[in-house]
Design a protein around this ligand. Structure first.
Ligand SMILES: Cc1ncc(COP(=O)(O)O)c(C=O)c1O
Length: 487
């Protein structure tokens, strides 16, 4: 090797280096704020060595049960052998993985298989690499159907559809959107079809509809697992049809069996015009997203052969990613993961409801469908902690914001369970186990949560505050406090 910088880290040394170096280089080169946040929760104390199924093993042999599933990207658990094998097979055979001129059978057959699994006539597939790209392509497809003459998109408050400019424009989070230019978009309350009807009527200008599409998550994930009233999606579908507007469903989090069916919208018996998928489509092994449209919509948007290069992606639909997705779909069917999500989901929700009854001062609501669940905490429980540092100006309000985070930190430290928050709702603890999770693992989680809550709020707050002080994380908490007081 040519002589390179003395601080260069060769790849063969990666696993030999102390984990503290990983943390420091993340802080130095990637995202110092994120590292500070993770340090407060003591996530950085875990040095992950390997992972299989729902369990991550640290270098010191500790086992951690993953109840985050990378926000829905690990429905199959970590390193599912059948999915890894599919990718290795391609590499061992030295197959062409990346070519746009030479068509890949994996890309073609994955699209075919997907169309067999999806409801209605959702059969035209665009492959990309992430959720936000899948949403971006869906918005472009909808715009194009109306030759760009309908500038408006409608989305729900608190939605999360991605962080590129188009997807961000239909994401209902002020914190994520501020300081960025966005497309014309209007928001309505989730679950209120009457508001959608009013918006669609308001957007009729001289008899011309201004709205290209309505975009929704069938169940809002990052908003805190918000399940709409029965019949809501059907009413939305009817309104879209009545006003001649397209319906885009974002099944990036809810899809791939998480809510107990392949797509969540199947449980409402509706078919969107366009659906966006990503996360677990790659089986936790590959990065792949897909935008799937009905033949009619696709034809309207891109019917001219000259348009064939208008929407493409260099890495989208590469053989190895499509092979992983093909294997993932097979595992999903063979292991009946939607069925397991339903069974284990029932067990989880029943257990959580029991804990809500047992600790009404802690838990105000539990919500879930399949293995997509959230626990809404009553942040007033902090007031009962009666702990001296809570008198520090601003600290209490910061800790109230971080109550589920403190519960997650206690679950990790005391019981080896990985949990985390929701992006758009700081009162909710996410409970997203992989769909391969067993009855015993759900039971273990419920008992662990019971144990943490039984210790009372004072211990929880005390442990977190003293840890933060010990790690100079107080500075970070302080800056949060200041920002909250300013707001
Ligand atoms: C519902 C939903 N849509 C879109 C996205 C964006 O996906 P990605 O992070 O792969 O861009 C997410 C990510 O969490 C999501 O939950």
């Amino acid at each position: 090797m040519k002589k390179i910088h003395k601080n260069w880290i060769p790849i063969k040394e990666v696993t030999e280096r102390p984990y503290t170096q990983t943390v420091e280089m993340f802080r130095e080169h990637i995202n110092p704020g994120l590292v500070a946040l993770l340090e407060i929760g003591e996530y950085t104390a875990i040095n992950p060595r390997s992972a299989q199924g729902a369990v991550i093993t640290s270098t010191d042999g500790k086992e951690i049960l993953d109840f985050v599933s990378s926000y829905g990207a690990l429905n199959f658990g970590h390193n599912h052998p059948q999915i890894i094998q599919a990718v290795q097979d391609i590499q061992n055979r030295q197959q062409v993985d990346l070519s746009k001129e030479l068509l890949s059978p994996y890309t073609a057959f994955l699209a075919h298989n997907l169309s067999l699994l999806l409801p209605g006539d959702l059969s035209k597939v665009y492959f990309c690499n992430s959720g936000t790209e899948a949403v971006e392509a869906a918005l472009k497809l909808a715009s194009r159907c109306f030759k760009g003459e309908r500038p408006v998109f409608i989305h729900a408050e608190n939605s999360l559809h991605g962080k590129t400019i188009g997807a961000l424009s239909v994401t209902g989070s002020r914190r994520l959107r501020e300081f960025f230019p966005t497309l014309p978009a209007q928001s309505m309350r989730f679950g209120r079809s009457d508001e959608l009807e009013q918006l669609l009527e308001k957007n009729l200008k001289n008899g011309e509809q201004q709205v290209a599409a309505v975009i929704l998550e069938p169940i809002q994930g990052e908003a805190g697992v918000i399940i709409p009233p029965d019949g809501y999606l059907r009413e939305v579908r009817e309104l879209c049809d009545r006003f001649g507007v397209l319906l885009i469903l974002d099944e990036i989090q809810t899809g791939m069996g998480r809510t107990g069916s392949f797509l969540a919208c199947e449980q409402e018996n509706i078919v969107p015009d366009i659906v966006a998928m990503a996360k677990s489509l790659g089986g936790g092994v590959a990065t792949i997203g897909a935008t799937i449209a009905t033949a009619k919509v696709f034809k309207t948007a891109y019917e001219n052969p000259h348009d064939c290069l208008v929407q493409t992606s260099t890495f989208g639909g590469r053989s190895s990613s499509c092979a992983a997705a093909m294997a993932a779909l097979e595992v999903l069917l063979e292991e009946d993961l939607p069925g397991n999500a339903r069974e284990r989901g029932k067990q989880l929700l029943t257990g959580l409801k029991h804990l809500q009854k047992k600790y009404p001062e802690w838990i105000s609501e539990v919500r879930g469908r399949g293995l997509m669940a959230g626990i809404e905490f009553d942040i007033d429980v902090i007031d009962q902690a009666k702990y001296l540092p809570l008198k520090l100006p601003g600290l209490k309000s910061v800790l109230r914001e971080h109550l589920p985070g403190m519960v997650a930190a206690a679950l990790l430290k005391q019981h080896g369970i990985l949990g985390t928050l929701m992006l758009n709702n700081r009162a909710v603890l996410r409970v997203y186990p992989p769909l391969i999770t067993t009855e015993e693992q759900i039971d273990y989680f419920l008992k662990a949560l019971d144990d943490i809550l039984s210790q009372g709020p004072k211990d929880l707050v005390k442990n977190r505050v003293s840890h933060a002080v010990g790690n100079s994380g107080l500075k970070f908490i302080g800056s949060w406090a200041v920002s909250f007081i300013k707001k």
